[in-house]
Design a binder for this molecule. Structure first.
Ligand code: ADP
Ligand code: MG
Length: 473
């Protein structure tokens, strides 16, 4: 976001009024407020810092106390340097404890009237950026800076970054797939963000396939098809999330196909995200499938333990007081498949620690998260599991419970057994009965087989994790 600051005309050696300094600091704080959690911002920045001098190649930020100083040195110094380099051309930032700055009024300095105007230009630009993000459908929070690169998303991340450098060239379309909560949406927003940061005039639009559908339906209803087309076909980057749902609508497939052709013909960028690869999206027209597959397809898998700890540690930086490493590691052990749930679990533990003011050890964390997972489990029924599996594989529950042994039915049946065992922890006999089997060894066999498949077959693992997530949602 820092690149949105134009040089603001303040030069070293100039003196500026306290009022202008205050205004400049307010702007800088505004940017910092977006970078840190509201809690960190309130605790360490909002009323604990003040810009007290901008002179002789040096920026002096006064800090209320030592604790705040330490926090800022560790977490904000680098960003402050970048911001001031952007605003002033170079940034040599010093943080110092100076309580007086918060009590006594500082003497008024000479005025340079031009600076006021320039500062309001900076403000205006910030406002424009905010509007550009909003118009593009982008969430301010999802940026590359907050995205942790790990074993699971390295390639997707590299491709995403490459796109920001060469829009519409190498990876077009980019098709990102993976189960719920692995960071697909975050990554798409980050691309949009980075491109706008660099060039605010780029026309970017992010939407879910549902929004696309709704707009299409509305445009047909109100006879505004031409406007709809105009909007989507003049973009530099079109991003459609959860594209798997598009298969339900033939008209939408048709429209996307044409939009696709127009955009890629003009070397514009298309980015799609889905919970499964194109081959597994049912009822997807062949010509659309081959378009989806025609660029770069990359999957994001659930992060491994180290990456989960890294994600938590990154998130932890925004919280004060932070949770201990032991807590983070415990959460990372307990929540395996889904970053959204990982962050949800962190929030629960953090809130609990804050409210009860007790130190969190491994057992307490286990209790907080464990209790919660139990609650989620209790709400899930066997029927939920069967329905989700049947849906995912295009079979019926009746077929899964029948005697049929064809592979198309046997495989979903085994996966259903695996998931009933995994989610509900039912005894083997009860799992067998749920699928009208007499023999519990069938269940043992099924669980072993699915376990093995999940280790070897990456795609299947993604799919099963996806089904599990949608059951537990
Ligand atoms: P998906 O679109 O794949 O379902 P999201 O992009 O919505 O997943 O991610 C779910 C949550 O997890 C979001 O809050 C997101 O910021 C966070 N998240 C996912 N991956 C990462 C990552 N690599 N680093 C930091 N946060 C992440
Ligand atoms: Mg998503």
């Amino acid at each position: 976001m820092w690149t949105t600051y134009p040089r603001c005309g303040i030069k070293w050696g100039m003196t500026i009024t306290n009022q202008e300094m205050q205004k400049l600091w307010d702007l800088v704080k505004f940017s910092l407020s977006k970078k840190f959690s509201p809690e960190s911002y309130k605790a360490w920045i909002e009323h604990s810092t003040k810009l007290t001098d901008v002179a002789e190649g040096k920026v002096i930020v006064s800090v209320r106390n030592n604790l705040a100083l330490q926090w800022l040195e560790k977490n904000a110094k680098e960003q402050l340097t970048i911001i001031f380099r952007d605003v002033l051309g170079e940034g040599n930032v010093s943080l110092e404890v100076n309580q007086d700055a918060f009590e006594a009024k500082l003497p008024i300095k000479d005025t340079i009237p031009k600076i006021g105007n320039l500062l309001s230009q900076v403000e205006e630009k910030e406002g424009k950026m905010k509007k550009a993000l909003k118009d593009a459908g982008l969430n301010e929070k999802y940026t590359f800076e907050t995205f942790v690169v790990g074993n699971n998303n390295q390639i997707a991340h590299a491709a995403a970054q490459a796109i920001t450098q060469h829009i519409g060239q190498e990876y077009n379309p980019l098709f990102v797939y993976g189960s719920v909560g692995v960071g697909k949406t975050h990554l798409m927003h980050a691309i949009g963000h980075a491109v706008l940061d660099h060039d605010m005039s780029k026309k970017i639009f992010y939407c879910s396939s549902e929004t696309f559908l709704n707009e299409l339906v509305e445009s047909i209803r109100s006879k505004k098809n031409a406007e709809f087309r105009e909007k989507y076909r003049k973009l530099d980057i079109l991003m459609i999330d959860d594209i798997q749902f598009i298969s339900k609508w033939e008209a939408a497939q048709e429209e996307i196909f044409h939009t696709f052709n127009v955009l890629s013909g003009a070397n514009k960028q298309i980015i799609l995200a889905s919970d499964r690869p194109p081959t597994q999206i049912q009822n997807l027209a062949d010509r659309l499938r081959s378009r989806f597959e025609g660029g770069m397809m990359i999957d994001i898998i659930p992060p491994n333990y180290e990456t989960r700890v890294a994600i938590l540690a990154n998130y932890n930086k925004e919280h004060s007081p932070p949770l201990s490493l032991e807590c983070l590691e415990t959460i990372a052990v307990l929540v395996e498949d889904n970053v959204r749930q990982l962050i949800g679990a962190y929030n629960k533990v953090y809130t609990y620690a804050k409210i009860t003011n007790t130190p969190m050890d491994r057992e307490t964390v286990e209790k907080i998260i464990g209790v919660d997972q139990e609650a989620a489990r209790r709400k899930v029924s066997v029927e939920d599991i069967l329905e989700n599996v049947a849906d995912a594989f295009g079979v019926t529950i009746g077929q899964m419970k029948s005697a049929t042994r064809t592979a198309e039915v046997a495989m979903p049946r085994q996966i259903a057994m695996y998931l009933i065992r995994d989610i509900l922890n039912y005894p083997l006999e009860r799992v067998a009965r749920s699928l009208k089997r007499n023999d519990h060894t069938t269940v043992i066999h099924a669980v072993e087989k699915v376990n093995k498949l999940m280790t070897n077959d990456h795609l299947l693992r993604t799919q099963i994790v996806g089904i599990k997530n949608s059951i537990l949602k």
